[in-house]
Write a protein that binds this ligand. Structure first.
Ligand code: HEC
Ligand code: HEC
Ligand code: HEC
Ligand code: HEC
Ligand code: HEC
Length: 347
């Protein structure tokens, strides 16, 4: 049986409201004093991205906070009950000198001492021209063909409608302003997510590994980490077809229902292969583009799609390789085997 849920916002999710000077400064000057050091900023903004987006999430804040500055975020073993949001937090890469726990974004952290500005898996080891930024050519958010991060985001904030499916047509209409990416956003950005309240990620069940799966979150990651997502003989050996069951790299944009040994995956999150409860520890994407939340998996075609964010978070976590859970410490007290949410016969 299909279960459809009408999204009821937990709190009001209007587009940006409030007095203009909360966020803008007309001349970057107040009483003869500079407002933003190093400014003025494009868009007449009174703060950089990480200024507005730094704070402590409490479930009622409408600005999503991705950087805690005062104290360590509460993350826990899988990041679902503390005070971090879906993307995790830059705290560990910014303040703990743990380069491998997050994306080393300029202004937040120094470049990664080991990786520098080269995304692992970038085709032929191509480096970015400079350190990662939040948005623009060297970043993830906004129009990735525009160099200036603020220009790349222009128009996004004031045209945000988080109650509808984001179809990716403009930065404002893209999932989390990630230009081109589709999805449905949880009202409070996955503060304490449950199967009943979480982001809905768009995914594609691919049949060939050269398919870049446009519109998916994994496609966005693949724009810098290309070889880990698609290519020729990157995911499966030459002569083998995508989905034959023997992989060179972990599959993404691949539907679990198509796996060869389906009894392993039909147990996803403790279920039986029909109407399994969606896991917020290891989420999956879906090809469904409606505003019905996918609270169950294996309920319709292509709703059990493995994606980069099944194992990683986008901003940062306390763990190396920005993993969602403490993979390397398992089995041990601090460790957690999130792989077992899907690989149910391997623990
Ligand atoms: C809560 C913060 C906030 C408030 C309040 C706010 N803005 Fe903005 N505004 C932004 C941000 C952030 C940007 C730049 C990034 C973007 O466009 O997404 C922006 C961009 C703009 C832009 C250029 C892009 C566009 O959408 O046209 C204009 C014009 C603008 N704001 C005018 C205003 C006016 C007028 C007010 C008061 C009625 C106002 N803003 C109030 C945050 C705010
Ligand atoms: C604009 C290019 C870009 C995009 C898009 C991008 N990354 Fe990265 N990523 C990098 C760069 C550069 C590094 C190496 C420097 C660093 O760690 O910040 C990196 C490093 C990483 C690492 C290793 C971190 C570490 O230090 O161990 C992981 C994991 C990762 N990215 C995952 C992702 C995922 C998942 C996505 C999609 C949500 C993504 N990336 C999107 C550029 C990108
Ligand atoms: C002046 C404060 C301010 C600045 C500067 C600012 N933001 Fe925001 N941002 C906000 C607010 C407020 C919201 C919540 C918007 C809403 O409720 O629709 C937001 C929302 C977002 C979201 C979530 C969008 C969604 O629908 O899921 C992203 C992503 C984001 N901002 C990225 C950025 C980036 C990147 C920059 C820098 C280029 C930036 N912001 C600069 C205030 C700001
Ligand atoms: C969201 C579900 C999911 C998660 C989480 C997951 N996997 Fe997988 N994994 C799959 C699927 C689906 C396949 C492809 C199976 C097939 O084609 O038969 C796969 C394939 C593999 C393979 C290759 C098997 C082969 O036949 O070539 C290995 C090894 C593997 N996973 C290890 C891991 C490890 C280690 C983790 C945790 C870090 C993990 N997986 C997390 C779903 C998942
Ligand atoms: C099944 C879980 C899983 C999925 C899905 C997954 N990764 Fe990973 N990733 C890992 C693990 C675990 C590591 C740590 C290294 C290892 O054990 O191989 C890692 C490491 C990385 C690294 C660091 C590599 C380095 O050289 O240090 C990057 C970058 C990365 N992943 C990006 C991606 C991108 C992009 C995607 C989607 C296209 C993706 N991952 C999908 C589990 C996964």
């Amino acid at each position: 049986m299909l279960v459809w849920v009408i999204l009821v916002p937990l709190h009001s999710i209007a587009k940006i409201t409030g007095p203009c000077p909360n966020c803008h400064t007309m001349h970057n000057s107040q009483n003869g004093m500079t407002v933003v050091a190093g400014g003025p900023l494009p868009g007449l903004l009174n703060s950089e991205c990480n200024g507005c987006h730094a704070g402590i999430n409490d479930g009622n804040n409408t600005t999503p906070y991705v950087l805690m500055t005062e104290s360590e975020p509460i993350y826990g073993t899988a990041g679902i009950n503390g005070d971090t949001l879906a993307g995790g937090n830059f705290y560990w890469v910014a303040f703990k000198n743990l380069d491998r726990t997050g994306h080393n974004v300029a202004g937040v952290a120094l470049p990664d001492a080991q990786l520098a500005n080269t995304p692992p898996g970038s085709m032929n080891g191509v480096s970015l021209t400079e350190q990662l930024t939040c948005a623009g050519v060297n970043g993830c958010h906004g129009d990735r063909s525009v160099y200036d991060p603020y220009k790349a985001m222009s128009g996004a904030h004031h045209n945000n409608d988080r109650t509808h499916w984001k179809d990716g047509v403009t930065p404002a209409q893209s999932y989390c302003f990630l230009n081109g990416v589709q999805g449905l956003e949880d009202p409070d950005y996955e503060y304490h997510p449950t199967a009943m309240h979480h982001n809905k990620y768009y995914g594609k069940d691919r049949t060939v590994e050269t398919d870049s799966a446009e519109g998916t979150i994994s496609n966005l990651c693949g724009q810098c980490h290309g070889d880990f997502h698609s290519g020729s003989s990157e995911m499966v050996a030459a002569g083998t077809s995508f989905g034959d069951g023997v992989w060179l790299r972990h599959p993404t944009d691949f539907d679990m229902a198509r796996a060869e040994t389906s009894t392993e995956y039909s147990g996803y999150n403790g279920g039986t292969g029909t109407e399994n409860i969606y896991s917020v520890v290891s989420p999956v994407a879906t090809a469904d583009i409606g505003t019905n939340l996918n609270i169950t998996v294996f309920s319709q075609q292509d709703d059990a799609i493995v994606m980069c964010l099944s194992c990683h978070r986008a901003h940062g976590t306390p763990f190396g390789s920005i993993l969602r859970w403490n993979y390397k410490k398992w089995p041990g007290n601090d460790g957690y085997n999130g792989c077992a949410i899907c690989h149910t016969t391997k623990n």
